[in-house]
Write a protein that binds this ligand. Sequence first.
Ligand code: FEO
Ligand code: CA
Ligand code: CA
Ligand code: CA
Length: 631
Amino acid sequence: MAKDFEAMEDSNRSANPNIHEVSDPARRTWVQGGLGALVGTVLAPWLGACATGPGRGPLLGFKGIATSTADAVMVPEGYVAEVLAPWGEAVGVAGAMPAWREDAGNTAAEQALQMGMHHDGIHFYALDGSGSRGLLAMNHEYVDDGLLHADGLKTWSAEKVRKAQAAHGVSVIEVELKQGRWQMVRPSRYARRFTAFTPFAVQGPAAGHALMKTAADPDGRTVLGTLNNCASGMTPWGTYLSGEENWAFYFDGGDAPDADQKRWGLRKSGFYRWGEHDERFDARRHPNEFHRFGWVVEIDPMDPSSTPIKRTALGRAAHEGAWVAVTKDGRAVVYSGEDARFEYIYKFVSRDRIAPGGAKANRELLDHGTLYVARFDADGSGRWLPLVHGQGPLTGANGFADQGEVLIKSRQASDRLGATKMDRPEWLAIDPERREIYCTLTNNSARGAKDMPGVDAANPRANNVMGQIIRWVEDGDFDGVSMRWNHLVLAGDPANARPQAQGNIKGDIFACPDGLMLDARGVLWIQTDAHSSQMNKGELERIGNNQMLACDRSNGEIRRFLTGPVNCEITGAAMAPDGCSMFINVQHPGESPSDRSDPADPNKYSRWPFGGRPRSATVVIRRRDGGPIGS
Ligand code: FEO
Ligand code: CA
Ligand code: CA
Ligand code: CA
């Protein structure tokens, strides 16, 4: 149940640069020359580094695999998948590398030095020109207290809350390809954990706002921790963006949450029971602490001494993640959606151009600009509606005293503007060449239900259990205020007679698209997060375990590339710069379909990856011949 809080909210291109390459920190100087100048710079390693070149064959050169219910990661013939970084491995801080304890006996202090639980968004930051040494920055979305503690929730203590907080957040680890195998480099000067108690600076229009001030932080400019970090984006200036997604469910609201708190889904008691031992998660006692989560956070993985930052100009939301496009004149456009039923898709357009000089030169880039929310109209056009204080209904009379309050209450502001209520926006992917933006809308079984919004053109199925992928092109540049949109695909089996589950997939079937990644060859990778609650038994059996598929957008074919172990989701995808190693995350293998895992029977559903306690883990995929992934 913890996963995404279902019950609660309820043309083949040979080689074009995408954000993964253009943001290779080893080549940060590109920005000065603009995108055109960049192309030549980044192509060289891509074309030359793999044992087998990309060739001129079809975009999808692998043999698709069958669905699976095996407790294993399955990949096509000629590929290998190896576990690289599971929950509980020491990240590699020098002199502080506590060993994993299979009995869940690691302390909170140890967990704060180990890989967190439930890996999600991930990116690769090259440390050398060959791309065989780099950093992986990744999110740890949430915890399963049944697996995290030896006796689960049987007893509850401040130490357990602290351990759960330590298992959240973000990890930065160093990895290296040696003799054909990726391994963690430990110790590493870059190794770092950000947890639910790491200090974050607050920047942008809501920094220092009255609604951000607490007893412990009267300035409203320093927040302890980041929470429920789901998807991630990589910026062209070399930093990592992480979305705080279902943060509202960590707070205790008591019996009488106010209208604004209710709009964010504050419940009587937090799902994770942190408020019982850490009073800042009791929203009755510290109502403003509730405003200090729901932001996109920015981290510089290359500078281990850097302070992470909450970027309030991007708006407060149940942020899945954040993805950056660049306008022709070099400004950043950050797209994000909030994964909750009937919530919104946003974009932020920076006022200033991206400066050469990496993270330090762009320390304030995401603090100044304009935030918009999307409206998808029935005729296939759309509008970006500005969330600017004083414009339209966003006035003091309507509860928005200033721009800070508009951003803290982005949802309420978007309600006022009449933005389109979407079917749970998850990941986005941006094609800088075609100028297309894709967004997974994972499902929304409440669409069309009694007293709920009905279908619309962008969200066309009532009781939508399968999800869809929407795409659009902005009119003009990425900062355009209007767009044209359509659907890439409606997920679900075309042969299914149930209208809410019948899709139009050409190729291998899947349900509930979530992770998305566009690689440098032009393959759109789709990852799934389908739960038993969404499908009937026959549909579940047909679709099997969660998976990863590749889409050739030239002909719409979708082909299954990977299937995961039992009750996991597949999420997060990053390529090494040469395109010959792919890093993905297997999240919550063995998760109980009902609630938390039973600590007395941790292996009820899965023994992945090592035959014992189920552990979320980063998996690296290579071709046996060393060639480009997917070709
Ligand atoms: Fe954390 Fe929306 O997936
Ligand atoms: Ca998840
Ligand atoms: Ca997700
Ligand atoms: Ca999901």
